[in-house]
Design a protein around this ligand. Structure first.
Ligand code: GLN
Length: 458
């Protein structure tokens, strides 16, 4: 069979109507990976045997009338999500040969629905980066322009969806890692509310910021995957259950913060975002000028809090538990961690050390509260906050490798969302340009519905 630009719904219809089986669909995607991934390099591991086994099981489920929307649909997992029996590297030499001993809770939930996992996708080491170039193995290329980066850290997941090497993918977002690559690759990326999706079985980066979410072809698919993976999990005490009531799409109010349209924003992106605003106006939405006065501190605050938590989370890689020479020597950390990871561990250890804790870490926590309060104020007036996902277009591979500040600035619009724990989506509005819509907590459905109003209409 020939792969089309399948959405989940379309692939589901095909399976339901018996146009193809899950085994056929899976085989077709595996062939597509074989054909395209030599160049794009989105996958670190392709688990062909497991995928075909799962596809067979899915075909049984379909035959027995136990089908859900995700049954038999091939997807990809970022390589920091544990899939039992399969290598899980987190893009690091430290875990180059690490085989996952259990399934992440997200994987369990998807597996119960009969999902097919094609493989594990490339990422910046331990999800630290914005370009996928900081993977210890190889950089992934942007399928829309092979000289450019796909964004990061979930660059492999975004590229695999964009290049039709899977129907949807799972990513993680600590400061923008689902939304920024989604924007660079022209797909939809949803970062759910903190606590809505279990982090059990995800290799932790910064626990108070990390969230798991889908990268999909459209907003409808994002909603389907989100529904499947959300919910309370006894293995992650931060998770909660909730259902959203039906949404009234009349009288929508969209907040546009003045702080999001200042210097540093690419002109082409600004124009696209402005035309999206016009689209919403034409549909009858009310555009409200708002202010998020503390957003200028978001990046600085994130780069204190995220490294602090990372330095603690990565202490488990002590040379005893993981890596090749498990003799406990510090040499392991020197040898197996990449430069970016070492930098963040040192930064985090520094800001948490006595004498500096109050000046940096504690102050950053206070600023975090101010950022959160800004959003709370905004959501008293509006339903969603609108802006660009990224200030820049996909850059050339290598272009920002020696300029960490330029690389960090790629997340200027996304990090505040993680600091505030809110849901946000990146929606493609032009070639490699994403519109960033931020919702209030636990309102993903409303957020995606509002995004869908202008989907493919620009
Ligand atoms: N690019 C940001 C960083 O380097 C965010 C990464 C992420 O969301 N995992 O930390």
């Amino acid at each position: 069979m020939k792969i089309k630009d399948f959405t989940i719904k379309e692939a589901h219809e095909g399976l339901k109507n018996g146009e193809f089986t899950s085994v056929e669909l899976t085989q077709a995607y595996l062939e597509e990976i074989e054909k395209k991934d030599k160049e794009i390099k989105a996958f670190i591991t392709v688990n062909k045997d497991l995928a075909l086994e799962q596809a067979k099981r899915a075909d049984e489920m379909i035959k027995n009338g136990k089908m859900t929307l995700l049954t038999g649909i091939p997807c990809a997992l970022k390589d920091n999500v544990l899939l039992k029996g399969i290598k899980c590297t987190a893009g690091s030499k430290f875990l180059e040969n690490y085989i996952a001993t259990y399934n992440a809770s997200v994987v369990k939930k998807l597996e119960e629905q009969g999902a097919v996992f094609l493989g594990k996708t490339n990422l910046d080491e331990f999800a630290m980066g914005s370009s996928c170039e900081k993977s210890a193995f190889f950089p992934t290329k942007n399928p829309n322009d092979l000289e450019r980066v796909p964004g990061g850290s979930s660059g492999g997941s975004a590229a695999s969806v964009s290049a039709n090497m899977c129907v949807y993918a799972i990513g993680t977002d600590t400061g923008g890692s689902i939304r920024q690559p989604a924007s660079f690759c022209g797909v939809v990326g949803l970062k759910p509310t903190y606590g809505s999706v279990s982090r059990n079985g995800i290799i932790a980066f910064a626990s108070s910021l990390d969230q798991v979410g889908p990268l999909t072809k459209n907003t409808e698919d994002a909603q389907i995957v989100f529904e499947a993976i959300k919910g309370v999990d006894k293995m992650d005490s931060t998770t909660i259950d909730y259902t959203e009531e039906d949404i009234d799409l009349k009288n929508i109010k969209i907040g546009v913060p003045k702080e999001y349209f200042t210097t540093g924003l690419d002109k082409e992106i600004e124009d696209s975002v402005k035309s999206a605003i016009e689209k919403y106006k034409k549909l009858g939405a009310e555009i409200v000028n708002i202010s998020l006065p503390h957003s200028e501190y978001a990046l600085a605050c994130y780069y204190i809090i995220a490294p602090a938590e990372a330095s603690s989370n990565l202490a488990r890689f002590d040379g005893l538990r993981y890596g090749e020479n498990t003799d406990g020597s510090i040499k392991n950390r020197t040898e197996f961690f990449g430069k970016e990871v070492k930098k963040r561990i040192m930064l985090g250890t520094y800001t948490l050390s006595s004498g500096y804790y109050d000046a940096y870490y504690k102050k950053a926590l206070k600023v975090r509260t101010l950022i959160k309060n800004d959003f709370e104020e905004a959501f008293k007036k509006v339903d969603v906050v609108l802006g660009p996902t990224s200030p820049c277009l996909p850059f050339k591979i290598g272009e920002k490798m020696d300029d960490p500040m330029a690389m960090y600035l790629a997340d200027i619009y996304t990090v505040s969302v993680n600091l505030a724990g809110l849901p946000a989506v990146s929606l493609p509005i032009a070639n490699n340009i994403g519109l960033h819509l931020i919702g209030s907590s636990f309102k993903e459905k409303k957020l995606l519905k509002i995004a869908s109003l202008i989907e493919n209409k620009i």
